[in-house]
Ligand binder design. Structure first.
Ligand SMILES: Cc1cc2nc3c(=O)[nH]c(=O)nc-3n(C[C@H](O)[C@H](O)[C@H](O)COP(=O)(O)OP(=O)(O)OC[C@H]3O[C@@H](n4cnc5c(N)ncnc54)[C@H](O)[C@@H]3O)c2cc1C
Length: 422
């Protein structure tokens, strides 16, 4: 087995973008990317709602997302590589008094927002602004009073985004080993004395090799881009991953009414319903024009445990008993839509401030905590990881934005709590 300069564990969006910028900045490095899946982009990257937005309250989340959107747009529009990016917008339907108003307004001078009053919203065919009194009381719903449309937002195809970085990596000579599961990171002393029981308390430590389903692999540096699986690899080392998993389910609904809602005009050039956030509980509808359907989801909190399964499954009863009622209250004839597919994955939460963690421990760089928005921040995360890997003080993001590269670390971290989590 050859010795590499760097082994990247995880070929999701974070592993691919990180490997890309590290290699781009250091063309001579030998890099191997390993993943237990059969190919790239098969983890949570494949299970996402695949929306993008730069509507984040914490400045670092705003920078990571805004800059990534700019780069993806450049790749699609100028470099001519289709990423399936459609600027359909993010539409927040809002009741009269709510906390989101102030938060969205504060972004008005940083990105493109359109404000819609009740009259304009009332023209949306099939949208019922005022749920019936009984239902409103039981579900705790209020009248839709106005809306805010984020115009630098929309939908994207994560498999195409991953293909872009994968092809670039292949042409730069980066190697891949799929169907390769890393089972342990082996701790060893930097200067071995060859005594049993090493490494001792007083020896400087490093990861010497990794155990995998294809045998041991060796490199000087390691990068863990393993999302919710990071904890299983770092716990035995006594290194904290700082993340916790929460299961997220997506439900695809189809039929005539779903198509009618999908083809809502007036918000964008595509005459497609924007990625729409209902006024309560963060229930969202993601337009899926490719499948002529809608995807429905929510990032619920209390009552949603932190348990973890290797292959999580969506539950129909969750949709029927939780999401469907909210949607039926606001969309006429929603009851005639059909549930045609569903799947589940995990958000890898930084439970404190909901921004990624990117930090080093020994000769390992760790990038996790994407908190439900790793694809739309993917390019910036890769650039940031490359800066941390190289020990640079600043990470240069696309669009001439530079950010302090210690900001997303563990020590001295000072990131305001993100208020807009979907
Ligand atoms: C339902 C849902 C909706 C979402 N919606 C959005 C959205 O609209 N927009 C957005 O930007 N983000 C969204 N996200 C979040 C987004 O999917 C993640 O932030 C992103 O995919 C994280 O990328 P990653 O590369 O860190 O993780 P992953 O894509 O999970 O990649 C990690 C990789 O590591 C590999 N791996 C793990 N452990 C090992 C091991 N021991 N050995 C070998 N390989 C290993 C896995 O096989 C996997 O391929 C959503 C997520 C879910 C679940």
């Amino acid at each position: 087995m050859p010795k590499y300069d760097l082994i990247v564990v995880g070929a999701g969006i974070v592993g691919l973008t990180s490997a890309f910028y590290i290699k781009k900045n250091n063309p001579d490095l030998s890099i191997l990317v390993v993943d237990k899946a059969q190919t790239y982009g098969q983890g949570n990257t494949a299970r996402s709602a695949a929306g993008f937005r730069d509507l984040f309250t914490s400045p670092i989340n705003f920078n990571l997302s805004h800059s990534t959107i700019g780069f993806y747009r450049h790749i699609q529009e100028e470099a001519g590589f289709n990423l399936g990016m459609q600027f359909v917008g993010y539409l927040f339907l809002l009741p009269r008094k709510n906390r989101l108003d102030e938060q969205l307004k504060s972004l008005g001078n940083k990105t493109k927002l359109r404000y819609l009053d009740g009259d304009q919203i009332s023209r949306v065919d099939g949208l019922n602004l005022e749920p019936s009194k009984d239902i409103a009381e039981i579900l705790g719903l209020e009248r839709i009073d106005h809306a805010v449309l984020g115009e630098n937002c929309g939908i994207i195809e994560p498999d195409l985004v991953c293909s872009y970085y994968y092809n670039e990596l292949k042409s730069l000579g980066v190697e891949f080993s799929f169907s390769t599961e890393v089972t342990a990171l082996r701790l060893e002393p930097e200067n071995p004395l060859n005594f049993p029981g090493e490494p001792f308390l007083w020896q400087k430590k490093r990861i010497g090799s990794i155990a995998t389903s294809r045998g041991d692999m060796i490199s000087d540096q390691y990068l863990l881009a393993t999302d919710v699986w990071t904890t299983a690899l770092t716990d035995p080392l006594g290194v904290d991953s700082h993340v916790r998993p929460k299961k997220r389910e997506i439900f695809q609904v189809s039929g005539d009414i779903a198509q009618k809602i999908l083809h809502t005009p007036d918000f964008n050039n595509q005459s497609i319903l924007p990625f729409t956030i209902m006024p309560h509980y963060g229930v969202y509808i993601r337009p899926a024009p490719k499948e002529n359907s809608l995807w429905v989801g929510v990032a619920d909190d209390i009552g949603r445990d932190f348990s973890f399964e290797e292959q999580p499954e969506a539950r129909e009863e969750y949709y029927q008993n939780n999401l469907r009622q909210v949607l039926e209250a606001y969309w006429n004839r929603y009851d005639s839509t059909r549930l045609t597919s569903m799947w589940a994955g995990y958000y890898c939460y930084n439970t404190i401030d909901k921004a990624p963690y990117i930090y080093r421990s020994m000769n390992v760089t760790i990038a996790d905590g994407t908190s439900g928005s790793g694809i739309l921040k993917g390019d910036s995360i890769g650039r940031y990881v490359a800066a941390v890997y190289a020990g640079k003080k600043e990470a240069e993001l696309y669009g001439d934005v530079s950010v302090d590269s210690s900001l997303l670390g563990v020590e001295g971290r000072s990131v305001p709590v993100e208020k807009i989590i979907l």
